[in-house]
Ligand binder design. Structure first.
Ligand code: SF4
Length: 371
């Protein structure tokens, strides 16, 4: 059974719960079997990467976390009064009256049930007035395990539709924000949209009442003045659904793995991993990876997989666009040999070989000294 195989891959430790950031990151590289297996098994990728000697190069600094908390508190101050002004602007609606509910009022252990009750009541209510739900606790089933999502978002209901509001502390300068940060925020907001849609559906309401347009709130320019933008997350939702379905169907992936394979770190009584590093690296290497430079900001295993891709001379290192353009040419050496004509194309490689030779000729001509 897939669950037993996944438990064996993880070893005798509880599965690691996924937060929204981790779930969002699943959608960042949907083609990677290694990530799908590690996440479906609930493996602690951070500890695994550390033990392999390749700790992840990211993680928010204390300063960035504090700045984010201060900005979020500012946006939500006085029952979200400032947020209401922004929503009036961005939704272009006269929102006369807003009720504010804090789902955290009941204490952490009851928050999920309280969120369900609040959302159910709101979905039944035909009243058109706006309502904020602060600190909702949502859940999402990931490969058979329930993950609870504690968003820094507010679900806002207006005219019978729910909107997710995502508050981020990266700056929007002259109407532009860093595309990678916006993309990550959109993926994360899509996780909340999906979780809220599933909750609304479970409660017997139409999931389409949760809008695919999320409201992203960021500080504008170099001041802390918040500005709101509508972001359409339909594409991120589609990728996320596909990736979650793939994890549910991860049985096909694990059934092809060698029996007895495990990624267990064999922690001692103090929680220190004792598994020989080379043995663990070999075990991880049995599941195919699909490294892309984007992994560096989304997956704890990135430095390990990059090193592996380097050793293999993989075209994955050049980025998804180049890799896709190169079709079935998997290695940098192979691509160079085709370009230089020292190797003939295999069946189906004729066109890419012609393009590589052309690119090589153009490069040589452009490097020739002017006559
Ligand atoms: S870092 Fe490795 S495991 Fe993670 S998504 Fe990229 S290739 Fe897959």
């Amino acid at each position: 059974m897939a669950t037993d195989r996944l438990d064996a891959l993880r070893g005798p430790v509880p599965p690691r719960p996924h937060d929204a950031r981790a779930i969002a990151a699943l959608a960042a590289n949907p083609g990677c079997a290694r990530r799908a297996v590690l996440d479906a098994a609930g493996i602690d990728k951070d500890s695994t990467a550390r033990h392999l000697g390749f700790p992840a190069p990211f993680g928010q600094s204390r300063f960035a976390i504090t700045r984010g908390d201060v900005f979020e508190a500012q946006v939500k101050a006085n029952g979200c009064a400032g947020l209401l002004r922004l929503l009036r602007e961005v939704l272009g609606l006269p929102i006369p009256l807003v009720a504010y509910h804090d789902a955290a009022d009941v204490g952490a252990h009851l928050r999920h049930a309280h969120t369900r009750a609040l959302i159910d009541r709101a979905a039944r209510d035909s009243d058109d007035a706006g309502t904020f739900y602060d600190h909702p606790l949502l859940s999402l089933e990931i490969a058979g395990h329930t993950s609870y999502l504690e968003p820094d978002v507010v679900a806002f209901r207006l005219g019978g539709r729910f909107h997710i509001v995502e508050i981020k502390s990266f700056a929007v300068i002259d109407g532009q924000a860093e595309p990678a940060k916006v993309a990550a925020a959109a993926r994360q907001a899509a996780v909340y949209v999906l979780a809220l849609r599933r909750l609304v559906e479970e409660l017997g309401h139409d999931p389409g009442r949760v809008s695919h347009e999320v409201i992203l709130v960021c500080p504008e320019n170099f001041a802390n003045r918040p500005v709101a933008t509508l972001v359409d997350v339909r594409r991120q939702l589609a990728v996320l659904r596909r990736q979650l379905a793939r994890m549910t169907g991860v049985g096909d992936l694990v059934s092809g793995l060698p029996s007895g394979l495990t990624f267990d770190l064999a922690a001692d009584a103090d929680g220190v991993p004792t598994r020989p590093v080379a043995e663990l690296a070999e075990a991880i290497g049995t599941v195919a990876a699909r490294y892309a430079p984007e992994c560096r900001s989304t997956c704890d295993m990135c430095l390990f997989c990059r090193d592996e891709a380097r050793d293999e001379g993989s075209t994955d290192l050049l980025g998804r666009h180049v890799r896709d353009e190169l079709g079935g040419v998997a290695g940098v050496d192979e691509a160079l040999a085709l370009a230089e004509g020292t190797r003939g194309p295999a069946d189906g490689q004729e066109e890419i070989a012609r393009l590589l030779r052309l690119a090589d000729r153009l490069r040589a001509e452009s490097l020739e000294p002017a006559r």
